[in-house]
Design a protein around this ligand. Structure first.
Ligand code: PLP
Length: 385
């Protein structure tokens, strides 16, 4: 049996996969089993920060593998400690808990928020306000946090204590911040929800209200983080200091690692025995993440912003593009043609696009070249002709 057949017989059929089998890649270029070349404008859904098979990243990870790939969290390991130091130095956060995915990072964030409130105020203050159209993960609790009814039709009962308000409606948010609320959790650019950035004024009014009421502000940077939006974390562009930041996707550069970054208020909330993960912060993934974060310096991030501006400008002149949204290299496109049609035509012509709701979504590797951008956008223009 070939891979398509094996997958459809033996793998749980939770994904509507495109008929492409990736077998190799380099940077922003992927190759399928027939040797066909694609420009990958999705980078594994914002995970392959430096694209496929990045030499420096491979060297960092394999050096760690050759030394030891894993031990338990009962012992000290240097990649984990150094990564936490680097993240704190770069963000102003105080401590980091490591898990293995975005959903897990959000679970950790939710646990930290509820424990902070319980330790300080006791029971009855566990509610968390999130936004309509948000996406926070696939576990039962992060599905409950996700403000989209389509995710709440099966798997009942969900974790209690979440409510959802419409994005950019300050009054609705303030009204929801009642005495039983311990945290507000937001994505600064809703990713899966359609690449919708929040208004800056709205975000700063949430931050101010949270501060006044000792409600924790959790920013879900699973997708927006790790250079994706043109700064190391998107919150830097919104002039806020979150209490908790969760991240994952691009952090490991293609290896699974998630992080819950804890600010001053909650830095000691997750005490010994209160949370844990067998693989969390494991040396191989942490070595990959250390390589990623240390390379996302100011010069590199300026280049991400320049590429973003370049793409936004080019998209504005492509016929059939109705509107463009997003931040950095996280870009949503409303086009005249239906998104599934564009994606199928892209596969045919050698470009891999993503979707987010009804939009076409671009999440290219951050080191994509201008030539590759030109090539991909020329094909998009051709498709939209
Ligand atoms: C992808 C994503 C998640 C879930 O991450 P997983 O690694 O799939 O668990 C959570 N929040 C946001 C904003 C995401 O984009």
């Amino acid at each position: 049996m070939n891979t398509f057949e094996l997958d459809s017989k033996y793998v749980a059929q939770t994904y509507r996969r495109f008929p492409v089998e990736i077998v190799a890649g380099k940077g922003a270029v992927a190759f399928d089993a027939n040797g066909k070349k694609y420009i990958d404008m999705g980078s594994g859904i914002a995970t392959n920060t430096f694209g496929y098979a990045d030499d420096e990243w491979i060297a960092a990870v394999t050096a760690q593998l050759n030394s030891y790939s894993h031990t338990s969290n009962l012992y000290y390991t240097s990649p984990c400690a150094k990564l936490a130091e680097l993240l704190c130095e770069r963000t102003g956060m105080c401590r980091v808990f490591f898990g293995n995915s975005g959903a897990e990072a959000n679970e950790g964030a939710i646990k930290a928020a509820r424990k902070y409130s319980f330790d300080k105020y006791g029971e009855g203050r566990a509610k968390i306000v999130t936004l309509v159209n948000s996406f926070h993960g696939r576990t039962i609790t992060t599905l409950a946090a996700t403000g989209q009814d389509v995710f709440h039709t099966t798997f009942m009962p969900f974790t209690e204590g979440f409510c959802h308000v419409h994005a950019n409606d300050t009054e609705a948010m303030l009204a929801a911040m009642t005495d039983d609320v311990c945290a507000v959790m937001i994505e600064l650019v809703q990713g899966e929800g359609g690449v919708n950035p929040l208004d800056k004024g709205y975000v700063s009014s949430i931050a101010k209200a949270c501060d006044e009421k000792d409600i924790l502000l959790i920013v879900d940077e699973v997708q927006t983080g790790n250079g994706r939006t043109g700064t190391l974390y998107a919150f830097e562009q919104f002039g806020i200091k979150p209490d908790i930041v969760s991240t994952a996707k691009g952090l490991g550069g293609g290896l699974p690692i998630g992080a819950v970054m804890l600010g001053e208020k909650v830095k000691d909330t997750l005490s010994a025995g209160s949370h844990g993960s067998t693989f969390g912060g494991n040396p191989a993934c942490a070595a990959g993440a250390l390589n990623v974060i240390s390379r996302l310096d100011e010069a590199f991030l300026a280049e991400v912003r320049a590429k973003s501006e370049y793409i936004f400008k080019k998209l504005a002149s492509i016929k059939g593009v109705l509107s463009v949204s997003g931040l950095g290299l996280m870009i949503g496109i409303k086009a005249e043609k239906p998104t599934p049609e564009i994606i199928a035509a892209g596969i045919e012509r050698g470009v891999l696009f993503l979707s987010a709701k009804d939009k076409l979504r671009l999440l290219p590797p951050l080191n994509i070249t201008y030539e590759q951008i030109d090539e991909a956008l020329a094909i998009l223009a051709e498709i939209l002709e």
